[in-house]
Design a protein around this ligand. Structure first.
Ligand SMILES: [Fe+2]
Length: 298
């Protein structure tokens, strides 16, 4: 069945004064409609007309090169905007519940909720040209990434929890070129209840997926499953030399994680990470921030 633009879950004017009714009307009725029309056209004749946007976005490489950009941009545009409308609300929770799992994950990554929103803003401002800044889950923790155009984190195995549209069409009528003012205003209308639910529903990757992820160890790119004990040990030593350097605040903990991994491999006589028990691999992935490397992390 062809895609359609979902109704807004609130009236056009509901987000004023932060986002005007005019912006919402243009953005939802015109821009989103265009993505939907072009997505339907791009999928026609592919045999995937009935697939959900989520499924399409995880199978982009299956499309022929001459169609892939149109599918990526327009199915992505449809998915991203649908998520965007649902991420906002008049008078919703202003932050995640303090004792909830999302709040704990945010504290783990950013230190505090304010640290999280500041990082979202920094990411939104750092995105050059059109794109999005996202709070995502990699299955273990929350992270902030940016994407260009209508690329979606789902295509990189990251679950989008919250995304801010930083295309000029999202804010130009209200804020002209003042993207920072728009981001500040938008943070007032985020529906944290919905973000919390998305985090609760976020899929946890299985061990096979973790072993396939690319990591840089001793300046070489490797599949995590292929890393040897010697490499883990040497990488730990290299990282320890960086510990304490400001921007690498977490590096000491990561260095210890690589060292623990090497010890585990030695104890269990595992030649590579892939030979370790799944529980140990998962624990190491959490400690070592084994996340998909395709996006620049903020
Ligand atoms: Fe948009």
């Amino acid at each position: 069945m062809a895609y359609t633009v979902p109704d807004l879950p609130y009236p056009y004017e509901a987000l004023e004064p932060h986002i005007s009714a005019d912006t919402m009307r243009f953005h939802h009725d015109k821009h989103h409609q265009t993505y939907v029309d072009r997505a339907n056209a791009a999928l026609e004749g592919t045999g995937l007309e009935d697939a959900s946007p989520r499924e399409i976005l995880t199978r982009l490489t299956e499309f022929p090169p001459d169609r892939r950009a149109a599918v990526t941009n327009n199915v992505g545009g449809h998915y991203n905007h649908t998520l965007f409308w649902d991420s906002m609300t008049p008078g919703g929770a202003t932050k995640p519940a303090r004792d909830g799992k999302l709040a704990a994950a945010i504290r783990e990554t950013f230190g505090s909720f304010a640290g999280c929103t500041e990082t979202i803003k920094e990411a939104a401002l750092s995105q050059f040209g059109s794109g999005w800044a996202w709070l995502v889950s990699d299955g273990y923790r929350v992270l902030i990434v940016t994407t260009s155009n209508q690329d979606c984190p789902i295509s990189d195995d990251l679950e989008p929890l919250l995304g801010i549209d930083v295309w000029e069409h999202a804010y130009y009528l209200d804020y002209e070129n003042r993207r920072a003012d728009y981001v500040d205003a938008w943070l007032n209308v985020v529906n944290w209840d919905v973000v919390e639910q998305r985090y609760a529903d976020a899929p946890v990757p299985d061990v096979g997926d973790i072993l396939e992820r690319l990591v840089t160890v001793c300046s070489k790119e490797r599949r995590f499953g292929e890393v040897t004990m010697e490499e883990a040990r040497q990488h730990s030593t290299e990282l320890k030399a960086l510990a304490g350097w400001g921007p690498m605040a977490k590096v000491g903990a990561v260095a210890r994680g690589w060292s623990d991994l090497a010890v585990n491999m030695q104890k269990r006589k595992a030649a590579t990470v892939a030979e370790l028990d799944p529980g140990i691999v998962e624990k190491a992935a959490v400690e070592l921030w084994i996340v998909p490397p395709e996006r620049s992390m903020v």
